[in-house]
Design a protein around this ligand. Structure first.
Ligand SMILES: Cc1ncc(COP(=O)(O)O)c(C=O)c1O
Length: 452
């Protein structure tokens, strides 16, 4: 049955103003301008309550990997809800979808990652990863190994523990005091941190900082380092060649666990199923969310190496961590066909090819007087917009570049993330060449308008 909804757009905007608090939004601007209310989606396209069509150049929030409107995912959720709407995985309980999904993930992730606990999203996944890192050392009789290394420009979610690992100052302002025990390293951000250095020299500089930090803090006090294979929300920071290959052995030599945050990179976005495959390093713990269900229902989780899992399972005691919705059966039932679509339609390969094409188109903007840097990996890309390309000076915050870029792209029928640093792009992995051309052209015109 097809239900045709009709919306009173003006009424919805008023109700939104009165009652909905928007995350990571300028709340005064939302009050002034009204929210953009989306009501329908089909592949890379979404429609607002007034019937206007937009290209979803941000895949929702880096997550609608298979595109909008996949009826089979809705059917999978409905079927599971009819059969058994809910059971926890607490107290040794389980359901077929949670078990089947864990087994499928064991097949997909490189060995030795074979054991999984589920959550409802990225922040919960990182809380879980950080707590399991500490707990595994505690079980091994090393309770002093608790500190977490992370990186500036890293984004790991904004619940308290995940926020502490997040290295973007704007997310911390007004939410202090900061959770202790977190140390932020430099981002592998070539444009501003690697100036004048070759890739190899830049990697050496970052590794030297890591080694100095470990020496200063004491390896015996450090549980883990967490990092996104490619930093997403911090500005699509693509690490220099060889970075992860150089970092991983330093951590191993000091008995520091490596946690990859694959919340954005996972499930195809960087051109392989997982970012860890793009960079050829397997972590001890991996966190994921977003693309595992393409956002159709909330789901996340962590994967553990056999060594970490054995440490946890070897203790004949209660493991006191998890969430009501760890392994929600309907969410897991959606993840399974979602992953099947990613595999059957070859979406990681499309992300690699489409991403290379998009990056080529965006690089045509190099030389533009307001474009400082263009970078990307797979279908995540960033056009960094600056006030002055020679000095790399940013626009003053009062210029409200992000608000202007958002308005200028939306006016061209494109949804991307406009920030005071530029435009971030991450469309569904199903996107085709003609649609990538639309993105490149709209972004170029929007930068002209916003900065002109
Ligand atoms: C790399 C990364 N980790 C964690 C998160 C947090 O996920 P959530 O918003 O589902 O808590 C995000 C969200 O964008 C993310 O990009």
């Amino acid at each position: 049955m097809v239900v045709a909804h009709t919306w009173n757009a003006a009424e919805l905007v008023e109700l939104d103003r009165a009652h909905l608090l928007h995350p990571v939004s300028n709340l005064a601007a939302v009050q002034r301008d009204g929210a953009l209310i989306l009501v329908r989606g089909e592949d890379v396209w979404v429609w607002d309550a007034e019937g206007n069509r937009y290209l979803d150049g941000f895949a929702g929030l880096w997550n609608v990997n298979v595109g909008h409107g996949r009826a089979e995912l809705a059917e999978a959720a409905a079927e599971q809800m009819r059969e058994l709407a809910f059971s926890p995985t607490f107290f040794g309980l389980a359901t077929p979808p949670a078990i089947e999904l864990a087994a499928k993930l064991a097949e997909l992730f490189p060995d030795p990652i074979n054991t999984f606990q589920f959550t409802s999203g990225g922040a919960e996944s990182n809380e879980t990863a950080l707590k399991i890192a500490r707990y595994s050392w505690w079980l091994k009789g090393r309770p002093e190994k608790t500190k977490i290394l992370s990186r500036k420009m890293g984004y790991h979610g904004i619940a308290m523990g995940a926020l502490a690992a997040t290295g973007i100052p704007a997310y911390h302002e007004g939410f202090g005091p900061q959770t202790p025990g977190f140390v932020h390293l430099s981002a592998p951000y070539d444009y501003r941190n690697g100036e004048g250095l070759s890739e190899a020299e830049f990697v050496a500089k970052l590794v030297a900082e890591l080694e100095e930090t470990i020496a200063r803090e004491g390896a015996d006090t450090i549980a883990a380092m967490i990092g996104e294979p490619v930093q997403g929300a911090g500005g699509v920071v693509v690490p220099p060649e060889g970075y992860w290959h150089a970092v991983a052995p330093v951590l191993k030599a000091h008995n520091i666990l490596l946690i990859f945050d694959e919340v954005i990179c996972g499930f195809g976005r960087t051109g392989n199923m997982f970012g860890m495959q793009t960079y050829g390093e397997t972590p001890d713990i991996v966190s994921f969310a977003k693309g595992i269900t393409s956002g159709y229902v909330p789901l996340g989780g962590v994967g553990l190496s056999d060594e970490v899992a054995d440490t946890l399972r070897g203790a004949d005691r209660m493991f006191m961590h998890g969430f009501t919705y760890s392994g929600h059966p309907a969410a897991c039932a959606v993840a399974l066909p979602n992953i099947r679509i990613i595999e059957e339609e070859g979406l990681p390969a499309n992300a690699a090819a489409g991403g290379a094409y998009l990056l080529g188109r965006l690089r045509e903007l190099e030389g533009h007087p307001r474009v400082g840097n263009v970078r990307g990996k797979g279908l995540m890309a960033m056009v960094e917009v600056v006030a002055d390309t020679a000095t790399k000076a940013k626009f003053d915050p009062s210029f409200n570049l992000g608000v202007k870029l958002t308005a200028a792209t939306r006016a061209r029928g494109l949804i991307v993330r406009g920030t005071n640093d530029g435009v971030a792009i991450a469309p569904p992995l199903t996107i085709q060449k003609a649609e990538l051309d639309l993105i490149a052209e709209a972004v170029a015109a929007a930068i002209d308008e916003a900065t002109g």
